[in-house]
Design a protein. Structure first.
Length: 144
C-alpha cells in the first residue's frame, strides 16, 4: 500500500471520528463540576458587564454567538422561546467577536455556546452547538 493511500485513510478516519464526537456532544448540557470557580460563592460571570442587571429570577440563558454562525440563529430562537415560556428565565445574547475578554474569561471555544447561569450569575451548565428546546428546559430543572 502506498504512503499516499495510508495518509488518506488515516485522514478520513480522523475526520469521521471528530464528526462523530461532535454529533454526540453538540447541544448537550454538561453540568459544571463542583470545586470549580463557578461553584465558589462570589461575583457572577456577568459582573462588570453591560448584562450584569439582565439576570433572570430563576436562571439566565447566556448565549455566545457570532455574525456568520447559522446554528447561532436557531439557538437564539430556541433560547428566546424557552425564556418566554418558562417564568423567571432570561435570555442574554453576547456577540463573541465584540466581547473577546468575556469569551476568554469564561472559556468559550466555539459558537454557539450556551451557559445556564443561576440567579447570582454563576455557571450551572453549558452546551456547545445548538441545543434542542427539550435539552434547554431540562437544563433548568436543577434551578427550580
Amino acid at each position: 500500500m502506498s504512503t499516499g493511500v495510508v495518509v488518506l485513510v488515516v485522514a478520513v478516519v480522523a475526520v469521521l471520528g471528530v464528526w462523530a464526537l461532535r454529533a454526540v456532544r453538540d447541544g448537550r448540557f454538561r453540568t459544571r463540576r463542583s470545586g470549580t470557580a463557578a461553584a465558589v460563592p462570589g461575583p457572577g460571570l456577568l459582573e462588570g458587564t453591560p448584562w450584569a442587571h439582565a439576570l433572570g429570577e430563576r436562571a439566565t440563558l447566556l448565549q455566545f454567538s457570532s455574525a456568520f454562525c447559522a446554528p447561532c440563529r436557531a439557538t437564539r430562537r430556541t433560547l428566546a422561546e424557552v425564556a418566554r415560556i418558562v417564568p423567571g428565565v432570561a435570555h442574554v445574547e453576547v456577540d463573541a467577536e465584540q466581547h473577546l475578554d468575556l469569551v476568554r474569561r469564561v472559556g468559550v471555544l466555539r459558537t454557539p455556546t450556551t451557559l445556564v447561569l443561576d440567579p447570582s450569575g454563576r455557571e450551572v451548565s453549558r452546551a456547545q452547538g445548538a441545543p434542542s428546546r427539550q435539552a434547554v428546559v431540562a437544563s433548568l430543572e436543577p434551578l427550580a
